[in-house]
Design a protein around this ligand. Structure first.
Ligand SMILES: O=C(O)CCC(=O)C(=O)O
Ligand SMILES: [Fe+2]
Length: 291
């Protein structure tokens, strides 16, 4: 595991091959499909505290799709256990120590045929409080992406720029939504990054990709006929964060409590939901065009 820390420190990412075996992945895959069906019950994006289903009438696929679900641990006992599985502790403890909280729990789909299945290049610090500070709390953080489907060039596997995490916050994609308009090479060059250095992280189901808050990453659209299901968990050193849900306390796996903790969105204190978000970030939604 020390080798893993060295690789993430040096390159800004690393892949743990075979993190979970096929039997676990089959069970997780079935549950993630169930979450997709749960999301489709909503006519638009739905939020209830940290739980979120990003639901879109996709203009290209001409059907309702679910792109993301956040904090399904609140409605799925299996995914609640998964996020704090002790196999995560083995990977995370060398980075974060024995007291670990979770800031993000996300399922991502890239439904075949849909328009919005790419992510512009960015650093996840964008989604945290004050990305420009680059303080210590930013370093006490690791994000883990679990491949549920095989991740390929064709279905839009995550793409990473090695060593980009050493460059501080670069402001990539800060001018608009993360899923509208693919990143042009020019935007990378302006930030001093070489588009030719992009690595596509191809993975088998059960592989785990680790990256940092400053690692530049994005992903291409799904051009294949199969889905690209990906589970993202972001973990922080508990002492460095007053936010997030406990995952491991002194190395002991800790379930969710009675009430959710604020993870990212301060507004939830005022407006916890449940509510629908009818107009979204899509080009069509922003133009006011009916889908
Ligand atoms: O699912 C992907 O390809 C990228 C998602 C991502 O980077 C994010 O949500 O921050
Ligand atoms: Fe990201």
């Amino acid at each position: 595991m020390q080798d893993l820390v060295d690789r993430v420190n040096a390159e800004g990412y690393a892949i743990v091959r075979g993190f979970l075996p096929p039997s676990d992945m089959a069970e997780i895959g079935r549950e993630v499909d169930r979450m997709y069906e749960e999301g489709l019950k909503h006519h638009a994006t739905y939020r209830d505290r940290n739980l979120l289903f990003e639901v879109l009438n996709d203009p290209k696929a001409k059907r309702r799709v679910v792109l993301q679900a956040h904090w399904t641990a609140w409605i799925s006992p299996l995914l609640e256990r998964q996020r704090r599985d002790l196999r995560y502790l083995d990977v995370l403890a060398p980075f974060l120590g024995p007291d670990i909280k979770q800031i993000a729990q996300q399922l991502h789909w890239k439904p075949p045929g849909a328009k919005y299945t790419f992510y512009r290049f960015h650093q996840d610090a964008r989604f945290r409080e004050s990305p420009n500070t680059g303080d210590q709390s930013m370093r006490g953080s690791v994000t883990a992406g679990l491949a549920i489907d095989r991740q390929t060039v064709a279905n839009g596997a995550l793409r990473i720029i090695p060593k980009s995490h050493t460059r501080g916050y670069l402001g990539l994609s800060d001018d608009g939504p993360i899923m509208v308009g693919e990143t042009q090479d020019e935007e990378l060059r302006r930030a001093g990054l070489d588009p030719a250095s992009v690595v596509t992280c191809e993975m088998e189901p059960g592989d785990l990709l680790l990256w940092t808050l400053f690692t530049v990453h994005g992903s291409a659209p799904n051009e294949s006929s199969y889905d690209r299901r990906f589970m993202i968990n972001s973990y922080v050193r508990a002492a460095a964060s007053d936010r997030g849900e406990w995952v491991f306390r002194n190395g002991v796996s800790t379930p969710l409590g009675d009430q959710p903790e604020i993870c990212k969105y301060e507004q939830l204190r005022e407006r916890p939901g449940p509510f629908y978000i009818e107009t979204g970030w899509t080009q069509e939604g922003r133009d006011g065009t009916a889908l």
